[in-house]
Design a protein around this ligand. Sequence first.
Ligand code: TRP
Length: 377
Amino acid sequence: MSVTTTPEATTPPSGTPREPRSTTRSAAAARERSAVLESRIAQNPGEYRVLTGDRPTGALHLGHLLGTVENRVRLQNLGVEVFLIVADYQVITDRDDAGDLPATVREVLLDYLAAGVDPERSTVFTHSAVPALNQLLLPFLSLVTVAELERNPTVKAEAAVAAERGRRGSSGLLFTYPVHQAADILFCHGNLVPVGEDQLPHLETTRMVARRFNQRYSAAQPYFPEPDALIARSLTILGNDGAKMSKSRGNALELRASADETVAYFKRARTDPDRVITYEPDRRPEIANLLQIGAHFTGTAPETLADEMGSAGAGRLKDIVSEAVVEGLRPLRARRRELASAGPRYLAEVLATGNARANAIADRTLDEVRDLMGMRY
Ligand code: TRP
């Protein structure tokens, strides 16, 4: 089923496969479930609508690409309808200055398109352009307790990071953003959310909101789906300081970096003094990370690459990995340069089309929600 701007697009083409589910799930259970989902998706991509996205805090990096963006493109190419939210309101959950948002949104858009997101098939939109999505936050907030919000481990972790950066206390928006994220997902009846394991608690919030809304306002026939997490096939990439790759840590390799910058980046990567290269993620995380990246771009397994390297030493491994990344990213970077030099008109059109599609769907959902809640006068 193709992306459409008609109101029928509010619900996924055919019903979500329904089955009784437990209310909370461990990461292991979610992984198992993801394997089952993968085979269903392959057989019936039209039954799924993916909603996922990023906060526009900077250009995307290698961790984004290998952790989630490639997976989104894969799902899109399998025939799944993909919605990508550029979550601009989320940027101000934990900082006062959002930076130059128009420039950052443009960089993120360039990264998406260069990585293979096809705007003919996928919908890219921003939070702030879709008022009806944001209005869903109000009824949704009434469905959760403050104690539940306080327990969310990701919110706690992000509040701790914000505090480290010198912020006193969490903003109300940070505190409630898992519920906002429920609105992001449910406005388009998204039923599949590819996420990292750290985002699983958010998905539980979304499932809880959907379930409670259905119980309270739409008991006869559930209105919102309880979306599934899809956590298979993603890598958690470390930065060159050995911590998880992230823009804010300053340890990231941006996708838009040049070949020279890529080589320099890997030269600075932290390793260990053992000359024999082995793939031992727990004992030697930095070496394992390099092996994973190298293996990813050369289409082999990290263990195989380790065997090939033998006792060549970390310096040689870095050379091999940066070469693989430079080669592997060459087409993406060429497309990115082409798009960037084509001028702002095309990017603006892609976003305007995505925002219009998202608005058509969100308006329809909000209307239906008003009906269900008895708020039609
Ligand atoms: N929280 C995600 C991030 O930090 C971005 C995001 C916003 C998102 N809304 C979402 C992801 C809904 C999945 C589903 O990058």
